[in-house]
Design a protein around this ligand. Structure first.
Ligand SMILES: CC(C)(COP(=O)(O)OP(=O)(O)OC[C@H]1O[C@@H](n2cnc3c(N)ncnc32)[C@H](O)[C@@H]1OP(=O)(O)O)[C@@H](O)C(=O)NCCC(=O)NCCS
Length: 184
């Protein structure tokens, strides 16, 4: 059965989103961010881009973050509410971060992902992120479980192939609106 694409708006995260973003994270992340961490990130727009995808009821149905380290952009999260997954929201959020990295004049992007996170790995590969190594026991969950991380890179954010992939992802998901370029 064809499921209608929910109406979604990409916009910068604001302080009022913090509670709802944490609640969303608790649904999809084994070790959700703390409120303090989110607030600290919001206080640093020079080095952090925080986006939310806002659903029809005005609350976040997804969020994503990019942290600038020297001339690299580190994707520190992409998360979508389970009831809104597979509607292109994760792709649009990641495309917005990739555009933001270019707008900031960064050269490369990187991220870590759990080795067993097939959905996220498929998403990143679709954008051209390539695996470059493993960080053993990188994730330590509250229950003590450890999981290895795969490290992914895009070494040149100005590579025309990467740029066109990002733009195609954004265009294919054109039903998702963007406000303020979706950027902070
Ligand atoms: C990873 C995640 C953000 C993807 O969000 P999404 O909005 O569902 O992603 P999209 O709809 O844009 O999917 C884009 C592509 O990613 C891949 N993908 C997404 N979910 C997938 C799944 N469950 N299994 C396999 N591939 C998947 C597919 O290639 C998909 O394209 P398609 O739907 O045309 O086949 C979402 O699954 C999520 O929030 N997971 C939990 C949080 C998380 O693990 N975040 C990443 C931490 S590093």
């Amino acid at each position: 059965m064809e499921v209608a694409v929910p109406q979604v708006l990409l916009r910068p995260m604001v302080a009022a989103d913090v509670g709802a973003v944490r609640a969303l994270d608790a649904l999809v992340q084994p070790a959700p961010w703390s409120e303090k961490f989110l607030r600290d990130q919001l206080a640093n727009p020079m080095t952090t881009t925080l986006l939310v995808a806002e659903g029809a009821d005005g609350g976040p149905v997804g969020h994503a973050a990019l942290v600038v380290v020297a001339d690299e952009g580190h994707v520190t999260s992409v998360a979508v509410d389970p009831t809104h997954q597979r509607h292109g929201i994760g792709s649009r959020l990641l495309a917005a971060l990739c555009r933001d990295a270019r707008a900031r004049g960064l050269t490369a992007m990187t991220l870590e992902v759990r080795v067993d996170n097939a959905a996220a790995i498929a998403l990143y590969r679709r954008f051209g992120f390539a695996p470059a190594g493993v960080r053993p026991r990188y994730y330590v969950d509250p229950d003590g479980t450890t999981t290895d991380a795969l490290v992914f890179w895009v070494h040149d954010v100005e590579d025309p192939v990467f740029v066109s992939v990002v733009e195609r992802q954004a265009m294919e998901r054109a039903e998702i609106e963007e406000r303020d370029g979706g950027m902070t």
